[in-house]
Ligand binder design. Structure first.
Ligand code: CAA
Length: 388
């Protein structure tokens, strides 16, 4: 398949593949087993320019494009899905909205260290009662004066399942800005840049998760948190659009993460099938196994094409809600099918921690849930195609 990647894109992919193979993969099982945030790998990804891949160099990024981002993220997620999502959140959900909606001062102060990997970001949209229904925010930001009389907002509320929450320095936060009536819905949603060391911010214990156990997530409690107006991201009432436009990019990242997981399941199973013997020959000689591998390879390639199409669309600067949703929907379902068949090919060895198949199976599931469930992706796709 000739994708006609540019020299820069090929170089990004090569550097990521080497880093993933030599530095990430050897630690993946241990990171998962110990539910460990891979701080040292995040630092290395900063050095390699991976924490702000599509952010211009003047703001600390690598100055590459979304296609490069997809290529890098697939390679890293192929080695460790937890490391992949840490990277994805920082790039797609934190750097991207600050680049797109932030003012110059915010870009200098926050985007640059985030893109350089000197700070780590998280994105707080979900709440205990606002997951798929993202507009049902209960966190409130009320206009208030700060300690030295400056204009700002006092924020109260709770955020849920915040990836990178326990280890983040900065959060892109969504709230209802003192709605005149609670029925003002998405038009009251407002986004902020929240330094996580602001008084009144407290993180809960890390969530105990089925998969991606090296990626820490938690609740964030906001009790009378004062943020000056200078930390408003965009305008009051623009937050829902900030969130949705950001997720259009984020879903490309999760599609790439899913691709990496699907590929890991497929490649590990393929290698195992050549080694493992039953009935006097490698199981790869049995048609039942060949058909599984053929389906996995075909679906992974198709998912990659959809993901690269969405990335190309984003790079062209055109609306890509439908393309991103299709890529995320398909790639996440492919990853889950591949991971399930991977366990089956490994047989008894697929069910024990000594082999990687069960980790891929556990890691794949979240890609059908976060950044919009498969059901939400279908809604986004339907809403777009019915308007065409
Ligand atoms: N770009 C720009 N604007 C958009 C947009 C987009 N992609 N999508 C919607 N909008 C605008 C609409 O144009 C509309 O604007 P107007 O009022 O001016 O016409 C407004 O937003 C409201 O749109 P909808 O009526 O379509 O909104 P809705 O309330 O019906 O919700 C939804 C739509 C698609 C279901 C949305 O709520 C959604 O995406 N839900 C899923 C939330 C989600 O993905 N959460 C993930 C959390 S983050 C995470 O998971 C991170 C992590 O851990 C890794």
């Amino acid at each position: 398949m000739d994708l006609q990647l540019t020299d820069e894109q090929q170089m990004a992919q090569k550097v990521a593949a080497e880093f993933a193979k030599n530095e990430v993969l050897p630690k993946a099982a241990e990171i998962d087993h110990n539910h460990r945030h891979p701080r040292e790998l995040v630092a290395r990804m900063g050095e390699l320019g991976f924490m702000g891949i599509a952010i211009p160099e003047q703001y600390g990024g690598a100055g590459l494009d979304t296609v490069s981002y997809v290529l890098v993220l697939e390679e890293i997620s192929r080695a460790c899905a937890s490391t992949g999502v840490i990277l994805s959140v920082n790039n797609s959900l934190v750097c991207d909205p600050i680049y797109k909606f932030g003012n110059e001062e915010q870009k200098q102060k926050w985007l640059t260290p985030l893109a350089q990997g000197r700070l780590l970001g998280c994105f707080a949209l979900s709440e205990p009662e606002a997951g798929s229904d993202a507009a049902a925010q209960k966190t409130i930001a009320r206009p208030a004066k700060g300690p030295s009389g400056e204009d700002g907002f006092v924020i109260n509320g709770v955020k849920n399942w915040i990836t990178n929450g326990p280890v983040a320095d900065v959060c892109v936060l969504f709230c209802m800005a003192d709605p005149p009536g609670r029925d003002s819905g998405h038009k009251a949603i407002t986004s902020f840049i929240l330094p996580m060391n602001t008084p009144g911010v407290r993180t809960g214990p890390p969530d105990k998760k089925l998969g991606i156990r090296g990626s820490q997530s938690c609740q964030i409690f906001l009790d009378d948190v004062f943020l000056p107006k200078s930390l408003l991201l965009g305008e009051v009432g623009q937050g829902f659009k900030v969130a949705m436009a950001t997720l259009d990019g984020g879903r490309i990242g999760i599609a790439a993460q899913a691709l990496g997981i699907g590929r890991a399941a497929y490649e590990d199973a393929g290698r195992y099938a050549l080694e493992r013997k039953t009935f006097g020959q490698p199981i790869a000689n049995h048609q039942s196994i060949q058909w599984k591998l053929a389906d996995m390879a075909t679906e992974i390639d198709a998912a990659r094409l959809l993901t690269l199409r969405a990335a190309t669309q984003k790079d062209r600067g055109v609306r890509h809600s439908k393309e991103s949703a299709m890529a995320k929907l398909f790639a996440s379902e492919v990853a889950n099918r591949a991971a399930k068949e991977g366990v089956q090919i490994f047989g008894g060895n697929g069910f024990v921690e000594d082999f990687p198949a069960e980790r891929h199976y556990r890691d794949a599931k979240i890609t059908e849930i976060y950044e919009g469930t498969s059901e939400i992706q279908r809604l986004v796709i339907a809403s777009a195609i019915l308007k065409e």
